[in-house]
Write a protein that binds this ligand. Structure first.
Ligand code: FAD
Length: 576
């Protein structure tokens, strides 16, 4: 079909489905949509309809709707980076940018990571469910599927080299009646086709060993054992510390605001802190990857934020050992474009219900809602109660926190990992929504392959793949604790009582690798504030330690960077 005819066909399909008329044009297989629609959802539907045509490579959706957020570039603050030059600049310090940075540090390439926040991984990555998904739920043949099954298989090595807690707990699909038992071989067949290794059908005795206390009517199930859970905050820091040890430089609090090209080649990036010269730009900008593409004159996709809310229970409630799944949960899947959330344990021993999936207008929308909490509880609590009747019932009183993050979805709903077709030196790792965490090692390897194929860098013979994490007081036995306290008495001061995090660990986090600067950055590195009281007890103490170690006034300590100051001033003068 020629592009004019295709545009008319798409326009007709959009009108049929939404009742609205969009202006549609197609150039080089990229569909551009303009117009004004009554809601975000109808504009998103238009994007998906357009992307559904095989001939369409990507969709640039400029349809306006009530509540749409205009995009504004941040102001320049200094010129301190002008004059710097790197072979590779990576925009985005999320798990993808960091995994790519580490992979590239295996070569003699000078590499910089530019991150707009004052800490790493705090957009999508930190809001994920920290699950290393099996590939069973991804669409066979997509890039997502390929990266998922390859990335999943790489995690044992990555976690061991980077000293990150990682455990394969498996996804357990249980049958609750004889009809569902008939479907178990189909689950095995799908998992095998998806390249999840060796899925197993289990009888009751085998189920009891893996997931004790299941209801008597549950007689059989399938274990897709390669599902993993990981300490995602540790992973972020570990990737960064290892990349840094191998020569990568990091520039935080720095936003990319422009891309300079010359005769179709990448030449430099403009940032809020000056211009950095480079000839390779890796676009790993998550929620803003389409904006970076636009700055480089190569926009062919749009990121539409899909929010996911998650609730987390206190550690005292641990009813599931696996990612426990029933056929009713699969049948009830709420969105065509999401795996539908689940009952997911974390590596630290908390249980999660989530995430939800909701198209939102604002890429920065990380708000939690009572509707989200109710939807998650009402969906998963009855399943858990039914499958594990001998355990304590799920109780809202045991929810210790509720968080949300947006997924960076494109209308094609697949990852984009490729060199730009228009700009030499621009490489995409974009549209990395779920399961991007599970896929990260494979995505990094793919980006590396693209770069070595084109630029043939020499190997870095000094590359050190291993990184060692700092001491964790809570994991030591009595004798080790005593020894540690003897080396530094600060390890004898418990600051967070819920998680047993010590002043020694907090001070380490303020000085090592990528130093923590805010209360939340300390929380992500040490778990101080992650327990039952959610920082109610330790936050003032953490604030004092940050102020002391960074030699800044307490009023200047932030919760999470920017202007998120915790204290507004003194309430009373202390008499000397
Ligand atoms: C609710 C939720 C649950 C999820 N659960 C899972 C899960 O259990 N398992 C799984 O595999 N995946 C999961 N995912 C998906 C996973 O989190 C993402 O795919 C992955 O984190 C993407 O990483 P990223 O580095 O591409 O993006 P991000 O983590 O968003 O990083 C991109 C970075 O780019 C920076 N940036 C953007 N623009 C600029 C600029 N102009 N200048 C400088 N920096 C810039 C941002 O600040 C950000 O830090 C989940 C996602 C969500 C939202």
């Amino acid at each position: 079909m020629n592009e004019e005819k295709l545009a008319r066909t798409i326009q007709g399909e959009i009108e049929k489905a939404t009742g609205e008329k969009a202006a549609v044009s197609i150039e080089d297989s990229v569909a551009r949509l303009d117009g004004r629609f009554p809601s975000n959802q109808s504009a998103v539907d238009a994007g998906h309809i357009s992307a559904g045509f095989e001939q369409v490579r990507g969709v640039v959706n400029e349809i306006d709707y009530p509540g749409r957020k205009p995009f504004a570039l941040p102001q320049k603050v200094s010129d301190e980076l002008t004059g710097k030059e790197f072979d590779v600049v990576i925009v985005g310090g999320g798990v993808i940018g960091l995994a790519v940075a580490r992979e590239l540090s295996r070569f003699n390439l000078s590499t910089a990571v530019i991150e707009r926040h004052d800490d790493l991984g705090i957009d999508q990555t930190a809001h994920s469910n920290a699950m290393i998904h099996p590939a069973i739920a991804t669409e066979h043949g997509t890039l997502k599927w390929e990266m998922n099954y390859k990335g999943n298989a790489m995690y044992d090595e990555v976690a061991s080299q980077l000293d990150v807690d990682f455990k394969r707990i498996g996804t357990l699909v249980v049958a609750e009646n004889p009809d569902e038992e008939q479907l178990l071989p189909v689950v095995v067949e799908i998992a095998t086709k998806q390249k999840d290794p060796d899925p197993k059908e289990l009888n009751r005795a085998e189920l009891d060993r893996i997931e004790p206390g299941l209801a008597p009517n549950v007689r059989r199930g399938v274990l897709v054992w390669n599902t993993g859970i990981i300490s995602v905050f540790e992973l972020i820091i570990a990737y960064a510390e290892n990349a840094m040890a191998n020569g990568v430089q990091f520039f935080l609090n720095t936003s990319v605001t422009g891309v300079q090209t010359e005769e179709g080649n990448i030449k430099a990036v403009n940032t809020t802190r000056g211009t950095i010269k480079t000839h390779i730009l890796v676009n790993a900008a998550g929620m803003y990857a389409d904006r970076i593409a636009e700055l480089a004159g190569d926009r062919f996709f749009t990121i539409h934020p899909r929010k996911g809310e998650t609730i987390i229970f206190d550690k005292s409630y641990q009813p599931a050992q696996t990612v426990l799944t029933s056929f009713s949960m699969v049948a009830e899947k709420r969105s065509q474009y999401s795996k539908g959330g689940g009952i997911i344990p974390t590596i630290d021993g908390n249980l999660q219900f989530g995430p939800t999936a909701e198209e939102v207008c604002d890429r920065e929308d990380v708000s939690t809602t009572s509707a989200g909490l109710e939807a998650l509880f009402n969906r998963f609590a009855p399943v858990l109660e039914r499958l594990k009747p001998r355990y304590e019932k799920p109780d809202k009183g045991k929810i210790i926190t509720h968080f949300a993050g947006c997924r960076a979805a494109t209308y094609k709903e697949d990852f984009i990992i490729e060199p730009s077709k228009k700009v030499k030196g621009l490489v995409y790792a974009a549209g990395i929504q779920s399961p991007g965490l599970a896929s990260a090692p494979a995505i990094a390897e793919r980006v590396k392959e693209i770069i070595i194929q084109e630029w043939h860098p020499a190997e870095n013979t000094h590359f050190e793949p291993k990184r060692k994490r700092g001491k964790r007081f809570s994991e030591l036995d009595h004798r080790e604790r005593e020894e540690l306290i003897r080396t530094n008495t600060l390890y004898g001061h418990i600051v967070c009582r819920c998680e047993n995090a010590t002043e020694g660990e907090i001070v380490d986090a303020l000085h090592r690798g990528i130093p923590a600067k805010s209360v939340d950055a300390i929380k992500r590195r040490t778990r101080a504030g992650m327990g039952r009281c959610q920082g109610g007890f330790c936050m003032p103490r953490v604030l004092e330690i940050i102020s002391r170690e960074r030699s800044i006034e307490k009023e200047l300590v932030t919760k999470s960077g920017g202007e998120s100051f915790i204290l507004s001033g003194k309430t009373k003068q202390v008499k000397k």
